[in-house]
Design a protein around this ligand. Structure first.
Ligand code: ADP
Ligand code: ASP
Ligand code: MG
Length: 444
């Protein structure tokens, strides 16, 4: 069971989570995020330190400490556990303050970012112990590791999760931190923002759990982004590939790559609402239901690069040369469209943009459009299936479309539009796909 930031966002929420995880007597591993807002605050602290303003960092640390100290009276009933946790928080915050006095590099930044999950898991474990629950805290830093490509090291994770579980047999509840890990060099690192979902899926896959449950603040995956569209509805079931595409293309409810390990291990993932535990949520499993469009998602910060070359495109080897440039600079391509005279690709990592563009100029005329977004429509989009792609297209009648991609998988058709047109496009898709078309079966 993984609980996100809002789900552990106050003393009362921590108590509610504790009730949920002890509701039955099944053994479980519980992955917790930092309390909501904490990781953003830790990013802010690091930002002050990068800008060589330790006083600014110090002030934010003090404010955060006061906020945490305020939770203690409400969370713990006994002096013993209140004092124990107060002592722990004092040490945590003086450690944070000590980092304002050292040379600040990305190493210290990662250490700072890790403290949110370390604090929340200690607070909840102490609460469970106060309640007499047989709970133990397993350090994620001893279980979750990434390799030299910054990808999870699955063999290491499996082996070390087992070691931790065997060293602590007979507990009812195993608590651990989401998001944080060690990298290939043994340094503290993380799985990127929103990474607690990834931790949960990695551990669930490693132990071949019956089910991975992601508990959050909404009743499952909705058919469109509720932050931009009114009247979205929960989708009750998704095929692994469908969920993976929605996550990768911007459905914030799931970390972009967290579905992969669950899919490979064949472990179903259930999305549930901490604020409404009885709601059915969404089940993600190996069943593909034909004849429906399930949902829409959008991914921002997309850069669209066009390479026009009438001279080169038809020559064999042209695309290889183009792709090699992206490979050299470790920049992955999300979408691609080709024609006789050119190719367009999208990327979301601008770290090497200038160099990539420079090198591409050897092969053609290069254009760059920034602040674009990919809008991804997910469901049964197999080529035999007539009419669904037309319906999706229909929503873009009033919106300029820069690129379209169809046929890359059986589950998706994607459009690139300017970020400024995103909301309009999402709303139009909601109307064409989910509101007016009775002939499109809704997900069961
Ligand atoms: P947590 O802190 O529990 O990890 P997140 O904020 O990361 O929660 O994810 C939940 C949020 O994702 C929801 O509150 C919602 O605003 C947003 N969201 C974006 N797209 C979707 C979608 N398609 N379905 C459900 N929620 C979505
Ligand atoms: N606390 C981390 C974040 O805010 C990880 C997570 O919540 O999933 O990104
Ligand atoms: Mg999240």
């Amino acid at each position: 069971m993984k609980f996100g930031g809002t789900s552990v966002g106050s003393a009362q929420r921590m108590k509610d989570v504790s009730k949920l995880i002890t509701a039955d007597s099944e053994q479980k591993i519980v992955v917790l995020s930092a309390m909501s807002g904490t990781t953003n605050t830790l990013v802010e602290i690091s930002d002050y330190l990068y800008k060589k303003n330790p006083e600014g960092a110090y002030n934010v640390i003090n404010q955060l400490e006061r906020k945490y100290m305020d939770h203690l009276t409400e969370l713990y009933a006994t002096n013993e556990w209140r004092q124990k946790t107060e002592q722990f928080l004092k040490e945590e915050f003086s450690y944070l303050r000590s980092l304002t006095k050292t040379l600040f590099t990305s190493f210290e930044e990662k250490v700072i970012l890790a403290q949110g999950e370390i604090i929340s898991t200690n607070m909840v474990t102490n609460y469970l112990l106060e309640q007499g629950v047989k709970a133990v805290l397993l350090p994620a830093l001893d279980m979750i590791r990434t390799d030299k490509n910054a990808e999870p090291d699955l063999a290491y994770i499996r082996e070390h999760t087992d070691i931790q579980l065997q060293a602590n047999p007979d507990y009812d509840i195993y608590i651990t931190q989401g998001f944080i890990c060690r990298n290939a060099y043994g340094e503290i690192d993380n799985l990127q923002r929103g990474g607690s979902d990834y931790t949960a899926c990695l551990i669930g896959a490693a132990i071949e759990a019956e089910e991975i449950q992601i508990w959050t603040d909404i009743d499952g995956m909705h058919n469109n982004d509720p932050r931009f569209v009114e009247g979205t509805e929960p989708v009750r079931q998704l095929y692994f590939e469908e969920a993976a595409e929605l996550a990768y293309f911007g459905a914030k409810i799931l970390h972009p790559t967290c579905i992969q390990p669950a899919k490979f291990a064949g472990v179903p993932v259930r999305l549930l609402n901490t604020m409404d535990p009885a709601a059915p949520g969404t089940i993600i499993n190996n069943k593909m239901h034909r004849g429906t469009i399930k949902a829409v998602a959008a991914k921002d910060n997309i850069i669209c690069i066009g390479i026009q070359s009438s001279r080169m495109l038809l020559a064999h080897g042209f695309l290889r040369k183009v792709f090699e440039i992206f490979e050299t600079y470790k920049t992955s391509i999300d979408m691609i469209a080709t024609s006789e005279v050119g190719v367009s690709v999208t990327i979301d990592n601008r770290a090497h943009l200038a160099t990539i563009v420079d090198e591409l100029k050897k092969y053609g005329t290069v254009t760059v459009e920034e602040r674009m977004c990919i809008i991804c429509v997910v469901g049964d989009l197999a080529s035999q299936n007539i009419g669904f792609e037309t319906l999706a297209m229909d929503a873009f009648k009033q919106v300029p479309v820069r690129m379209v991609s169809y046929g890359g998988s059986e589950h998706n058709i994607s459009f690139v539009v300017a970020e400024a047109d995103k909301q309009r496009a999402l709303q139009a898709l909601q109307r064409t796909l989910f509101t007016y078309n009775d002939h499109i079966r809704r997900p069961a």
